[in-house]
Design a protein around this ligand. Structure first.
Ligand SMILES: [Zn+2]
Length: 454
């Protein structure tokens, strides 16, 4: 940006010169655009107050500002030019540039020292002011998709900053189609995201091909929430509300629903059931946890280590049951774990049971077990301070916390007419949305109980 000691107006976008007719029109459009901006945003601090804030007075150009002389110039912060340099290149005096940037930083919403390269500054100048030399009157800067800062010149020459927050609405979107390359590609092409593809795949856990993107020709239909601005621009993608899939291996529909008794949002079938959990967290049934997952001082070595599982305190000989359907991958002795069994499950899950006093002698490595099968007994073999089961869950080789691992509840609403009725209403609402051809926003969606994450 700065070379040979002289400032060159590279990257400066001068959009208005009153000398040409076309640019007069462009200038008018910019003023219109500014008016639209001010209409569509509002200051957070003044949201509750009906009185016009200071910056709004300023935005009434027709009275206070000669629009003919207002110019908008856009500059970008680079790794070599800091924000105040950019403003100077755009035409601000160094005092105004510093003063405006100080005002913007006082909000605490910007990095105190340096704005990230790529940050765009939009500066507005009154070209007639200062005896025709021009004067910086305001600077706007987008902090994130919802927040814009606007520093405005006060009569004394200092700058004050307003935070302009876009009004955010909750809306829904539907995407339906056929896979060409992958589900993620198909969703992204229509405004969806990778995450949505993962969420859909998780609803069909037996379909390993779907986890990798699905097969060409397979059909999908999803409804999901979005946060959007007043013009319907999506600011953020929210939760998946519905997914249907029709493929070689997977067929079915799942509706997100939050029963009022538990408040836990899950995906339910039309018949009112969630998926069966792949695993149980409690291979002894419910037993007292004597040591949880996470970092702790190892009771024997005294070192601070990751406790890679959960310890359940129980008397020697307490039966241990397989946490889920799977195949025994290891069964034997290891120094720390003592007598131990490893079981491989679907979707990259593995469970480990350690310090056992004995095995179910009918089992051997390579054998299939069903969830709930007796696999052995609690003991204190290996490095153990007392009788307990050390239980681990690994997901694709990584230790996960068995207690907090997200698992479907396996719940059925069939015996609960009240909740079942609410689920039916939810299903009707979502099915109506699926019939809608245009994006549907909250305004048309007043009856939808929008589920939120717990
Ligand atoms: Zn342990």
């Amino acid at each position: 940006m700065i070379s040979n000691g002289t400032k060159t107006p590279a990257r400066v976008d001068r959009r208005f010169r009153p000398s040409r007719k076309a640019e007069l029109i462009a200038g008018g459009l910019i003023v219109l655009a500014m008016l639209v901006l001010f209409t569509l945003v509002r200051p957070t601090s003044d949201a509750a107050s009906p009185a016009a804030p200071d910056w709004l007075t300023y935005s009434d150009f027709s009275q206070d500002m000669p629009t003919i002389s207002t110019a908008e110039r856009v500059g970008t912060v680079t790794s070599h030019a800091k924000a105040s340099d950019v403003l100077e290149v755009l035409g601000a005096s160094s005092q105004d540039a510093d003063s405006a940037m100080d005002a913007l930083r006082e909000t605490g919403l910007l990095d105190r020292n340096k704005l990230a390269a790529g940050t765009v500054l939009t500066a507005y100048f009154d070209e007639a002011a200062n005896e025709g030399l021009g004067e910086l009157v305001s600077v706007s800067l987008r902090v994130d998709s919802r927040t814009t800062l606007l520093a405005t010149r006060k009569p004394d020459g200092s700058f004050m900053t307003s935070t302009l927050t876009a009004r955010v609405f909750t809306g829904t979107r539907r995407i339906a189609g056929t896979i060409e390359t992958s589900l993620a590609d198909a969703l992204i092409a229509q405004g969806g995201s990778d995450d949505l593809a993962d969420d859909v795949a998780a609803l069909f856990p037996d379909d390993t091909q779907l986890a990798k993107g699905g097969r060409k020709g397979e059909r999908f239909d999803i409804v999901y929430q979005v946060a959007e601005d007043e013009r319907g621009n999506v600011l953020e993608t929210g939760d998946l509300l519905f997914a249907a899939y029709n493929g070689k291996q997977s067929n079915g529909s799942w509706y997100r629903f939050e029963p009022s008794d538990t408040g836990r949002a899950e995906f339910y079938s039309r018949q009112g059931s969630t998926q069966k959990p792949l695993l149980t967290r409690y291979p002894l049934g419910y037993a007292q946890i004597s040591s949880g997952f996470g970092r702790r001082m190892h009771p024997v070595s005294g070192l601070l280590l990751l406790h890679s599982g959960v310890d359940f305190r129980a008397p020697i000989g307490t039966p241990i049951y397989a946490a889920g359907d799977g195949v025994i991958s290891q069964m034997g002795w290891s120094d720390g774990y003592g007598r131990q069994i490893h079981i491989d499950h679907k979707r990259g899950f593995e469970t480990v049971y350690a310090h056992m006093s004995g095995f179910n002698t009918q089992l051997s490595p390579g054998m299939r077990v069903k969830r709930g099968d007796l696999i052995g007994y609690v003991g204190n073999s290996g490095t153990a301070t007392g009788p307990h089961l050390h239980f681990e869950i690994r997901e694709n080789g990584r230790y996960v916390n068995p207690v907090s691992l997200k698992l479907p509840s396996g719940r059925s609403l069939a015996t609960n007419p009240e909740e079942m009725e609410k689920l039916r209403e939810q299903i009707t609402t979502i099915d109506t949305l699926r019939g809608a051809t245009e994006p549907v926003t909250t305004a048309r969606l007043t009856t939808l109980t929008i589920p939120t994450n717990p």
